[in-house]
Design a protein around this ligand. Structure first.
Ligand code: HSE
Length: 437
């Protein structure tokens, strides 16, 4: 049988990795897919640039439409990123009856509902394993491997750049900007690195995971995101003293009231495996009602780890090229007509535990005032540390861990604590998840 011809949009970090993996593992891939897979045309910004990978046999062009409209191309791989040109090209490919493989989380999180509806209508596949957690096959695991479960919650470290920054800051005391520059040089960071550090990229990925876990449409606009830029060395070290690590976590939880969808810095017990996921590595913890907790771990970014997922999607597409579209695995795990309209909860309604740090006047009765406010709000304290005042200081840091409470109730209590004359400045609040089975 003739090889399946692929057109590649984008020959950057992941595009290069995809070409290399397809060439290096061509025989194994053919044995798995039943047919060879060959890239015949690819777009590149500068087609004459020297490259570290072999582009022989690939026509290079700067025109994306030439790839999408190439008469031999059956599958278009979109690796250009962004949501403008990428959306236009993916829709053009679908409308031209071509299958699509994409690593573009922003595209799927924001336009996935429309893209999948068009793909359904045209009877083509849109595969997106590489969009979440790089090389970890977590989409496949949730969509297919856990199909017998009701997924109750999932929590993931799903941005390699952010995890790399937090790890280097904690272990080596390095500066935020310095570590970010290294992540950019290594090709991990997004074109706009604020997407990494402000939780936007993780929000895109969490939106996708929540959809396939709970069978709901993609709703990135309802995902709460808070970045890691305000995490200080002192919070990292107080958290460690209390037995916790601070990670930038995406949490999706199904509750009786709706779905929590949130990305924020989070204290997690250091004894959990996921608390020890460091550097650019990603991990996703998924709790199913039948299987219990399961953990998926691996490289979340980088050329060949991401290419590993792109190529796996290509193999999947090639395997079912001749299958009846009605009998394929649905894009969002659940049949398109069976998606639920469960509401995504506003952030005030989420429930979590909290780490609080406040600067209190070093005098009698101050802590009593603070604990009275918390008690009146029904907030129970789990642990507390009060530090000695620094030489000559009139205030002391007080650190508290609370039990679970709604964000709205916690906001109201924090406002009252900040209004006390004996409390200086803002209360630092970091959410805490025990991730208990
Ligand atoms: N910027 C992303 C990250 C790339 O650091 O995880 C992989 O999606």
């Amino acid at each position: 049988m003739n090889p399946v011809k692929v057109g590649l949009l984008g020959l950057g970090t992941v595009g290069g990795g995809t070409v290399s993996v397809l060439k290096r593992n061509a025989q194994e891939i053919q044995r798995r897919a039943g047919r060879g897979i060959e890239v015949v045309i690819a777009t590149a910004r500068d087609i004459n640039k020297p490259r570290s990978f072999d582009t022989s046999g690939i026509e290079l062009t700067s025109d994306p439409a030439a790839v999408v409209n190439h008469p031999d191309v059956e599958v278009v791989v979109e690796l250009i990123g962004g949501t403008d040109l990428a959306f236009e090209m993916v829709m053009a490919a679908i409308n031209g009856g071509k299958h699509v493989v994409t690593a573009n989380k922003a595209l799927i999180a924001k336009h996935g509902n429309e893209i999948f509806a068009a793909a359904q209508q045209k009877g083509v596949m849109v595969a997106f394993e590489a969009a979440v957690a790089g090389g970890i096959p977590v989409i496949k695991a949730i969509r297919e491997g856990l199909a017998g479960n009701q997924i109750q919650w999932l929590a993931g470290i799903i941005n390699g750049t952010g995890n790399f920054i937090l790890t280097e800051m904690r272990d080596k005391g390095r500066d935020f900007a310095d570590v970010l520059a290294e992540a950019q040089a290594l090709g991990y960071a997004e074109a706009d690195p604020t997407f990494d550090v402000e939780g936007i990229d993780a929000g895109h990925k969490l939106t996708i995971l929540a959809s396939i876990a709970f069978g709901i449409p993609l709703q990135f606009d309802k995902c709460f995101t808070e970045g890691i830029t305000k995490i200080t060395r002192e919070d990292v070290s107080y958290a460690e003293e209390l037995g916790y690590r601070i990670k930038h976590l995406g949490v999706a939880r199904r509750t009786a009231e709706g779905v929590e969808l949130r990305v924020h810095p989070t204290l997690i017990p250091e004894r959990r495996l996921i608390a020890n996921v460091d550097g650019v590595m990603n991990a996703v913890l998924v709790k199913g009602d039948a299987v219990g907790p399961t953990l998926y771990y691996g490289a979340g970014a980088g050329a060949e780890p991401t290419a590993s997922a792109v190529v796996a999607d290509l193999v999947d597409v090639v395997r079912v090229l001749t299958a009846d579209p009605e009998n394929r695995v649905p894009h969002l795990a659940f049949q398109p007509g069976a998606l639920a309209d469960t509401q995504i909860l506003p952030v005030d309604a989420i429930k979590t535990a909290y780490y609080l740090r406040l600067e209190a006047a070093d005098k009698a009765g101050v802590l009593a005032d603070v604990t009275r406010i918390l008690a009146d709000a029904g907030i129970s304290i789990e642990a507390m540390i009060q530090k000695e005042p620094a030489e000559g200081a009139t205030t002391v840091p007080v650190i508290m861990l609370t039990h679970r409470i709604s964000e709205g109730q916690m906001n109201a209590a924090i406002a009252k604590i900040e209004a006390l004359v004996s409390i200086t400045g803002k209360v630092t609040r970091i959410r805490l998840e025990t991730l208990a089975a």
